[in-house]
Design a protein around this ligand. Structure first.
Ligand SMILES: [Zn+2]
Length: 474
């Protein structure tokens, strides 16, 4: 995927800059190309006022890309004629993540108003270092003024269906950072696995993190292996990943699915279902009828879980899922039916809305906000909820009209569990056909419908694991 992405970019910049192939993703807002190039040699030094994370990050990345281990010198001590100069002009919190990158034959300088802007300037510079230049490392002279267009730029990773080790998650975060994204949406619970340690409910990971087999082949084939599969992140692992992401200016938004996609949790604690179980952690993908029963005990359980989750993740938003919740069990459950009567609700959709609003109230009380998939619009949107529009863009448009924050993640453009080329040459995918060109061409902002202010965001949401392994270069 990323390799293809770079290839695509070269093609695109060929059109825009016929003489200067700039391998930059995303394309900066303003680029002024100039003659000549800056050559990085072993004499080059990195000038930085202090040994900040950013300066060390730059040093490490340059070493990885070129093999050169450049020293970091304080600005006043640097006497090299040729220097990478990093100047943070002022860390005044203007809220701006702008940066200015200036590359001349003598010097590279990055100016920014925030550490974040500075980090983005570094990413742009790193993207300009040719990947195959072991002999002479030349970076083209230019001036770039840039800042991110959207407030939420992110990638999702589903670690519930497919468990990824901690080191992989960090690598994934590195790639997110490389493209100046600022959000890692970490899908931690689903029918097929519960992946986060919750101290008050140890069975969530003792039982919920393991399944006795997985679906292999296409959904319609309904074939399974019988290998025990699973894993989970301890709270220490989570802290480590959140800290790693934070250094890279990435917010980790955890997704704890409710009221649907809950079978792994119910396998551990069947008392929070409508029927009482028993359940097994799901081997199959898809949408399952057994979901949380929105009775008081369940809400207390989920509040306890969220309390531990919010202590680990400082993100403003907590993703509560909210998608694909069949109402089958609720329709015949005495608890659910009594609750519908008691609260004067119209139907099971309003019951879901009641449930989401209860959870929202709790999360809001802790100073956080909820975000959910666009199904949370059904039966009435919770007052402060943000919406992630995955079943097309309509849900996002509707939520934006209701003045809610929206993250555009339509399956047509943002799901990487689709084929990206001829299925013959691709790993197993859910179906569909979504090329890199289509993904890159997605414009989340539909000016006919949405306000022009940056209240909309966009996310790329790779859903199923095996494709990801293929996508990331080793
Ligand atoms: Zn029920």
């Amino acid at each position: 995927m990323f390799k293809k992405g770079l290839f695509l970019l070269v093609l695109m910049v060929n059109v825009v800059f016929s003489q200067n192939e700039l391998p930059l993703i995303p394309k900066p807002q303003s680029i002024q190309t100039e003659k000549g190039s800056f050559v990085i040699t072993k004499e080059t030094v990195i000038q930085a006022d202090k040994k900040t994370f950013e300066a060390n990050y730059l040093k490490a990345q340059i070493k990885e890309l070129t093999g050169l281990d450049l020293p970091i010198l304080p600005v006043s001590n640097a006497n090299s004629k040729i220097a990478l100069s990093f100047v943070v002009e002022s860390i005044v919190s203007t809220g701006s993540n702008q940066y200015h990158l200036d590359i001349t034959t003598k010097k590279v300088s990055i100016q920014a108003e925030s550490d974040e802007g500075f980090f983005y300037g570094i990413q742009t510079f790193l993207q300009l270092i040719p990947s195959d230049s072991k002999t002479q490392i030349k970076v083209p002279c230019l001036k770039i003024d840039d800042e991110p267009k959207y407030a939420w730029r992110g990638m999702h990773l589903d670690c519930a269906r497919h468990f990824f080790p901690k080191e992989f998650v960090k690598k994934y975060i590195d790639y997110i950072a490389m493209y100046k994204m600022n959000t890692f949406h970490w899908h931690l619970t689903d029918d097929q696995g519960w992946r986060i340690e919750i101290k008050k409910y140890p069975k969530l990971t003792e039982i919920g993190a393991w399944r006795n087999g997985s679906m292999i082949g296409h959904y319609n084939d309904q074939t399974y292996d019988d290998k025990r599969y699973g894993g989970f992140y301890t709270q220490e692992d989570v802290k480590e990943i959140v800290a790693y992401a934070t250094q890279r200016h990435i917010t980790v938004v955890p997704e704890i699915e409710m009221p649907g996609h809950a079978v792994a949790a119910l396998a551990a604690y069947p008392e929070y279902s409508c029927t009482g179980g028993p359940f097994q952690v799901a081997k199959q993908w898809g949408v399952l009828d057994d979901v949380f029963c929105p009775k008081e005990e369940t809400i207390t359980f989920l509040e306890d879980v969220l309390t531990e989750v919010m202590a680990l993740f400082p993100s403003k938003y907590i993703h509560i899922g909210g998608d694909e919740c069949p109402k089958t069990r609720w329709k015949t459950c005495p608890h659910c039916q009594a609750l519908i009567k008691e609260k004067g609700l119209k139907d099971e959709h309003e019951l879901q809305s009641y449930f989401v609003q209860r959870i929202e109230k709790f999360v809001n009380k802790k100073g956080r906000k909820i975000i959910g998939w666009d199904e949370i619009l059904e039966g009435g949107l919770a007052p402060n909820a943000a919406v992630m529009s995955w079943r097309g863009t309509e849900g996002g448009i509707e939520a934006a009209k209701q003045k809610h924050f929206v993250v555009m993640t339509p399956g047509s453009h943002c799901y990487f569990d689709h084929y990206q080329g001829d299925p013959k040459n691709e790993p197993l995918a859910i179906g569909g056909y979504t090329t890199v060109e289509k993904v890159y061409g997605f414009n989340p902002h539909q000016p006919n419908y949405l306000p022009r202010k940056p209240t909309t965001f966009w996310v790329l949401k790779p859903m199923y694991g095996p494709n990801i392994w293929k996508m990331l270069p080793k």
